[in-house]
Design a protein around this ligand. Structure first.
Ligand SMILES: Nc1ncnc2c1ncn2[C@@H]1O[C@H](COP(=O)(O)OP(=O)(O)OP(=O)(O)O)[C@@H](O)[C@H]1O
Ligand SMILES: [Mg+2]
Length: 146
């Protein structure tokens, strides 16, 4: 397990971190995004999207799952906030894709290997502390490139 801590001072800095993540992402990786409402989870995924040629990542808070076909394969962006239990979504079926999940505490059995856990907390209106934990060879390799 490895951990790194990043400080972001603006929305664009968080998007930039997402862009780096997008540039280094590998199929089979699961990114669990923790943090309160408005922490910046979707902003980070928007940066990932920019790196992968997805223009305008929208929050999946109503659609629950957004799917994007990219040159790096299928990218899934899910938001489980409105669910008590995410088992009906069948997120397990996306194990060969890249998966971004907001509010992953609603997911009973998230993968434990090749996982990046991103925890975003607001220091003030524009500053965010972003702690990233990596579990598994693939995830650790990606974390070291950020
Ligand atoms: N440093 C920062 N990084 C990211 N977002 C920031 C930052 N500073 C301010 N913000 C603002 O915080 C908000 C983050 O919104 P975002 O939709 O990404 O939150 P979220 O964590 O996805 O919330 P939700 O759980 O409701 O989906 C945006 O309005 C953004 O402009
Ligand atoms: Mg969001």
């Amino acid at each position: 397990m490895s951990e790194r801590v990043f400080m972001s001072h603006s929305e664009s800095e968080t998007r930039e971190l997402g862009r780096k993540l997008g540039e280094n992402i590998e199929a089979g990786l699961c990114v669990l995004l923790y943090g309160d409402l408005g922490a910046g989870k979707t902003v980070l995924v928007r940066g990932v999207g920019e790196a992968l040629g997805i223009s305008g990542v929208r929050s999946p808070s109503f659609t629950l799952i957004n799917e994007y076909e990219t040159a790096s394969g299928l990218v899934i962006h899910a938001d489980l906030y409105r669910l008590d239990d995410a088992s009906s979504l069948g997120l397990e079926e996306y194990e060969d894709s890249v998966l971004f999940v907001e509010w992953p505490d609603r997911w009973r059995n998230p993968p434990v290997n090749d996982v990046l856990k991103v925890s975003i907390s607001a220091v003030n209106e524009s500053e965010r502390e972003i702690v990233i934990n990596a579990e598994g060879v693939k995830a650790e390799r990606v974390l070291m490139k950020l």
